[in-house]
Design a binder for this molecule. Structure first.
Ligand SMILES: NC(=O)c1ccc[n+]([C@@H]2O[C@H](COP(=O)([O-])OP(=O)(O)OC[C@H]3O[C@@H](n4cnc5c(N)ncnc54)[C@H](O)[C@@H]3O)[C@@H](O)[C@H]2O)c1
Ligand SMILES: [Zn+2]
Ligand SMILES: [Zn+2]
Length: 362
């Protein structure tokens, strides 16, 4: 059976997204059909629409989702119909060179559904990050579905599927923020604020939030920032150094995805400090740094793909932190919107009005 459902499609570069009828097949071997309950609007969806990720239009957008498994294909054992799940964009294959070396969080061949979802005329859709969840139903590899506790409502739980996990993991997994560290986070959208929350849970002694928008800096304080810097009013490198005894932060997390903020992060570190890049740049961006500074400052320059998470390990941990009151998932939800308001939500994101708009299905 083929399911005719509504989905949000980016048909061509830079054009407004549209709600279209899409065709979703029943799950084949290893696949799961998920009825989406909620899906957050992440900056990466906008990158897709802008052609910044690839040219494989048309895209079926949406990738921060929670829902209920409706059907599973042959051989699926990890989930069953009726299970409440968060969908992950990493499902380690267990067979690639990275999985075989015991580093499945870098899996180079993450699992996705094999059957395509299509437009009504049969044109195959490219689901964003192998998910495509601004849709009433989506088809994924069953291994992408991580069963979680129903105590977290879908509009909050879904955000774990991308932005919150990416930011939290950038601090805790990639940056290895530990008790007593000083941390600076540049860019305090959904991802940056999740990094702040992660640093807070990990026991950082000072957490400096940097943004160009005071509304984001106010939010950052709620997630555990001890200090804030508006980069339009103060030089962030000088401010971070000043707030860390003249030294710079032990860990800096760049959550904007621009050369100038990367460079600020590079210089705002203490000697032997770590810079974690979680913001996603676009193909034309370049950076130039003196090689001697790279050598002389030492430490580590890392990028964080999805917070180096293992979804089956990390999603339930974040839900438990939420239940303990240590991770305010609802604090990331600025508004809930219907499926036809995604384009508007992109503009609100660009104007800095929201941390997350979350599509909630009727
Ligand atoms: N690495 C990953 O796995 C991963 C996962 C999800 C998202 N991302 C990326 O992370 C980035 C942030 O995503 P988001 O959803 O939080 O986006 P967002 O648009 O909500 O947040 C970006 C923030 O950066 C701020 N900003 C812009 N220019 C700045 C500057 N010059 N200095 C300081 N702050 C500045 C904005 O005011 C905003 O608050 C995006 O590039 C997104 O694609 C990466
Ligand atoms: Zn693998
Ligand atoms: Zn995302």
């Amino acid at each position: 059976m083929v399911h005719e459902v509504k989905g949000v499609v980016a048909r061509s570069k830079g054009q407004p997204v549209t709600v279209e009828t899409i065709l979703v097949p029943d799950p084949g071997p290893g696949e799961a059909l998920v009825a989406i309950q909620a899906c957050g609007v992440c900056h990466t969806d906008l990158h897709y629409r802008e052609g910044g990720i690839s040219d494989d239009f048309p895209f079926l957008l949406g990738h921060e989702a929670a829902g209920t498994v409706e059907a599973v294909g042959e051989g699926v054992t990890n989930v069953a119909p009726g299970d409440y799940v968060v969908i992950a964009w990493r499902a380690p294959c267990g067979e690639c060179r990275s999985c075989l070396r015991g580093r499945p969080w870098y899996c180079f061949n993450s699992l996705n559904a094999t059957q395509p979802m299509t437009l009504q005329d049969g044109t195959p859709l490219s689901p964003a990050l192998g998910i495509g969840a601004f849709a009433e139903k989506t088809l994924v590899a069953a291994e992408q579905c991580v069963k979680v506790d129903r105590d977290a409502p879908p509009e909050a739980a879904g955000l774990i599927g991308c932005g919150i996990m990416a930011g939290f993991g950038a601090a805790v997994n990639t940056g290895n923020v530990s008790r007593g560290d000083t941390v600076a986070v540049i860019g305090c959208g959904g991802v940056g604020n999740a990094a702040i929350a992660g640093a807070n849970v990990a026991g950082a002694r000072r957490i400096i939030a940097v943004d160009v928008d005071d509304r984001k800096l106010e939010a950052a304080k709620r997630f555990g920032a001890t200090d804030t810097v508006n980069a339009r009013e103060q030089d962030p490198v000088e401010a971070i150094r000043e707030m860390t005894g003249g030294n710079g932060a032990d860990v800096v997390i760049e959550a904007v995805g621009r050369p100038e903020t990367y460079e600020q992060g590079f210089y705002a570190r203490d000697h032997a400090g770590t810079l974690v890049q979680v913001g996603v740049p676009t193909p034309e961006m370049q950076i130039q740094l003196p090689l001697l500074e790279l050598f002389g400052r030492g430490g580590a320059l890392k990028s964080s793909w999805y917070g180096d998470c293992l979804p089956t390990r990390d999603f339930p941990i974040l839900i438990d932190l939420y239940k303990q009151g240590k991770l305010d998932l609802e604090g990331f939800v600025s508004e809930t919107i219907p499926i036809d308001a995604v384009e508007d939500a992109f503009h609100k994101m660009e104007r800095g009005e929201v941390l997350r708009s979350v599509v909630v299905m009727e």
